[in-house]
Write a protein that binds this ligand. Structure first.
Ligand SMILES: *[C@@H]1O[C@H](CO)[C@@H](O)[C@H](O)[C@H]1NC(C)=O
Ligand SMILES: *[C@@H]1O[C@H](CO)[C@@H](O)[C@H](O)[C@H]1NC(C)=O
Ligand SMILES: *[C@@H]1O[C@H](CO)[C@@H](O)[C@H](O)[C@H]1NC(C)=O
Ligand SMILES: *[C@@H]1O[C@H](CO)[C@@H](O)[C@H](O)[C@H]1NC(C)=O
Ligand SMILES: *[C@@H]1O[C@H](CO)[C@@H](O)[C@H](O)[C@H]1NC(C)=O
Ligand SMILES: *[C@@H]1O[C@H](CO)[C@@H](O)[C@H](O)[C@H]1NC(C)=O
Ligand SMILES: *[C@@H]1O[C@H](CO)[C@@H](O)[C@H](O)[C@H]1NC(C)=O
Ligand SMILES: *[C@@H]1O[C@H](CO)[C@@H](O)[C@H](O)[C@H]1NC(C)=O
Ligand SMILES: *[C@@H]1O[C@H](CO)[C@@H](O)[C@H](O)[C@H]1NC(C)=O
Ligand SMILES: *[C@@H]1O[C@H](CO)[C@@H](O)[C@H](O)[C@H]1NC(C)=O
Length: 251
């Protein structure tokens, strides 16, 4: 009897807990159109962190580090009807913050991320904007021009290394600044050919930093440095010996 009551209470507590969190699971891939899995126009996956500096009520500044995760993510959408411009818009933090990534297809069939824009709303959210000043609150649009993630249209672009986008212009009175948007573990193909059935990302083009870290380049560089060092020491020693011998001879 007692255990039944306890289970019932536990169940109620669990239900309450579940309904009180509005967590929405991140999609594995951001695909456009959203409801299609065959004739895709766009596919991407990545981790993202938004770094926002805001003024607190005591006048000091704080940098809020806001990851895109199950807790902050709300939904995503995008545009793909135009042939040269595709966008992906991610909405987070109770639908108050949006980030749009705009991709461009040039006349050489090269794709790239050309613009990042959106709006961040500083509010009284005590987790992400504790003690925010009343002057900081409200929607703050931001924008940055870029030329990133360049790849051939038929290929995909991969970069596991963090890319820091930090040249944002933030609208407003200086009480809020977008310090950066950091993107990592990226795989993207922003202009998939939707005439054929999608199977997988195209052949990947890998960013320089990934190639550097994943290759044997570092051990090779260390090895070469050591070899050069040994040679320098050896030569110095030999020169020193000859000098010494010459010294003896001249005596
Ligand atoms: C993303 O899409 C690719 C290609 O369809 C698939 O192989 C991969 O499993 C997907 N990733 C996730 C996390 O769903
Ligand atoms: C700054 O904001 C973060 C939330 O991202 C918070 O955890 C931290 O306590 C804040 N720091 C100060 C000094 O308010
Ligand atoms: C989101 O939740 C799903 C399922 O609970 C989990 O597999 C995934 O790792 C979570 N993602 C993040 C970024 O926390
Ligand atoms: C491919 O996308 C274009 C718009 O970009 C659309 O007009 C067309 O119907 C799509 N084709 C298929 C097969 O889905
Ligand atoms: C955010 O917007 C989406 C779509 O408009 C809606 O389904 C969802 O309930 C909204 N979430 C919140 C927390 O307002
Ligand atoms: C670009 O790609 C399209 C379709 O994939 C092709 O028809 C066109 O000829 C290509 N253009 C150039 C300049 O390579
Ligand atoms: C936070 O702001 C919302 C409206 O923006 C208001 O409804 C709510 O009461 C505020 N919460 C606190 C703790 O001030
Ligand atoms: C907000 O400020 C008050 C006093 O100004 C302080 O007691 C409190 O700890 C601060 N809260 C946070 C989350 O920083
Ligand atoms: C981005 O480029 C456009 C022109 O392509 C220009 O009008 C705008 O001022 C630039 N924005 C920033 C933030 O540099
Ligand atoms: C914040 O906004 C207030 C009111 O608009 C302004 O007086 C103040 O100079 C701003 N603070 C900063 C750091 O720009």
């Amino acid at each position: 009897m007692v255990s039944k009551i306890i289970s019932a209470l536990l169940l109620i507590a669990c239900l309450f807990f579940i309904s009180s969190t509005n967590a929405i699971n991140l999609p594995g891939n951001y695909t456009l159109p959203k409801d299609s899995s065959d004739n895709l126009c766009f596919i991407a996956r990545f981790d993202l962190v938004l770094n926002v500096e805001y003024v607190k009520s005591d006048g000091k500044k704080n940098i809020s580090i806001i990851p895109l995760n199950n807790e902050t993510f709300q939904f995503y959408d995008g545009t793909y009807a135009l042939t040269k411009t595709h966008t992906l818009t991610i909405t987070m933090l109770d639908n108050l913050t949006t980030i749009t990534l705009e991709f461009f297809l040039n006349e050489k069939n090269q794709t790239s991320l050309t613009r990042v824009y959106g709006s961040v709303t500083v509010d009284n959210n005590t987790k992400y904007f504790p003690n925010s000043s009343i002057h900081a609150r409200g929607p703050r649009p931001f924008v940055a021009n870029e030329s990133l993630f360049n790849a051939d249209r038929a290929h995909s672009y991969r970069c596991n290394t963090r890319t820091k986008i930090d040249n944002f212009k933030t609208d407003g009175n200086g009480n809020v600044t977008i310090k950066s948007i950091d993107i990592e573990n990226l795989r993207i193909q922003p202009f998939v050919d939707n005439m054929s059935t999608f199977h997988d990302y195209g052949v990947e083009e890998v960013c320089t930093m990934d190639r550097f870290t994943s290759s044997n380049l570092i051990p090779i560089i260390v090895g070469v440095c050591l070899a050069v060092l040994v040679i320098v020491v050896l030569v110095a020693y030999l020169i020193g010996r000859r000098r010494n011998r010459n010294g003896y001879q001249s005596v």
